[in-house]
Design a protein around this ligand. Structure first.
Ligand SMILES: [Fe+2]
Length: 245
């Protein structure tokens, strides 16, 4: 029997005016866009989705991407100059970072050398292989430094998939940010299943695209969601834009 709840809808139809708070479009400083031309290619697709307001979050990861506020703001300036040269003045580009919760991060935190998303919100991630042994201590340090941790893509940490209670515990200390492609199965069925469970349980606060390259944006443009998740998605989409625009 036909049911509106079983119909699939394009996620792109909900993203007009959305503020993306997680992406790797700044050129040349992490595993995302390599050149300003790459950045502009990604931005032109964002624009097709109705997204022109972006907080860029290159990795700060002491071993692979040892970024600093200077390297990040320099990359933002380089992109903004390139966009101005090409007469693209429709984009609002802000710079932040996705901080790996490694030992170097706690040093940055103590020295307050942090680029928050906005106000007190700091985007953090952990390894996909295992959590840091002192995860809770790091999260409390973030709070003690006056920041609010926003955990990037909790659904992607497969070591928690069979320990759902850990999500409940972490949720009391951090905000949760869903990756848009997680609900489509792009990262695999286990991640999609956990993403939908967390979404249904009202555990997510914010949405981000985590766009690194064209494959991500092409998949984002064709991403679909089930009608039964519309309200939950709208809630986090609206909350993200209201908090960060
Ligand atoms: Fe990311």
């Amino acid at each position: 029997m036909f049911s509106i709840f079983s119909s699939k809808k394009l996620l792109a139809s909900r993203l007009g005016e959305f503020t993306d708070i997680h992406n790797h479009i700044l050129p040349g400083i992490d595993d995302g866009a390599k050149t300003p031309e790459d950045s502009l290619q990604l931005l032109s697709h964002f624009k097709e989705l109705g997204i022109t307001n972006l907080i860029c979050t290159p990795h700060t990861m002491s071993d692979f991407h040892p970024n600093t506020p200077e390297t990040i703001t320099d990359a933002k300036k380089r992109l903004q100059e390139f966009l101005a040269e090409k007469s693209h003045n429709e984009f609002q580009i802000r710079a932040s970072s996705e901080y790996m919760m490694d030992s170097a991060f706690t040093d940055l935190l103590e020295a307050k050398i942090i680029l928050p998303l906005k106000d007190q919100f700091v985007l953090v991630e952990m390894s996909y292989l295992q959590p840091p042994v002192n995860l809770r201590e790091i999260l409390f340090k973030i709070g003690n430094a006056g920041f609010i941790p926003v955990l990037a893509h909790p659904e992607r940490y497969a070591f928690y998939h069979s320990k759902y209670s850990t999500y409940t515990e972490l949720k009391s200390i951090c905000k949760f940010q869903l990756n848009a492609l997680s609900i489509t199965g792009y990262y695999g069925p286990g991640i999609a299943k956990t993403a939908l469970k967390l979404l249904e349980d009202g555990m997510f606060d914010f949405l981000g695209t985590d766009t690194h390259h064209m494959r991500h944006i092409e998949n984002l443009k064709k991403a679909k969601y089930s009608g039964k998740h519309e309200q939950a998605l709208d809630r986090i989409i609206n909350n993200t834009t209201a908090t960060f625009s």
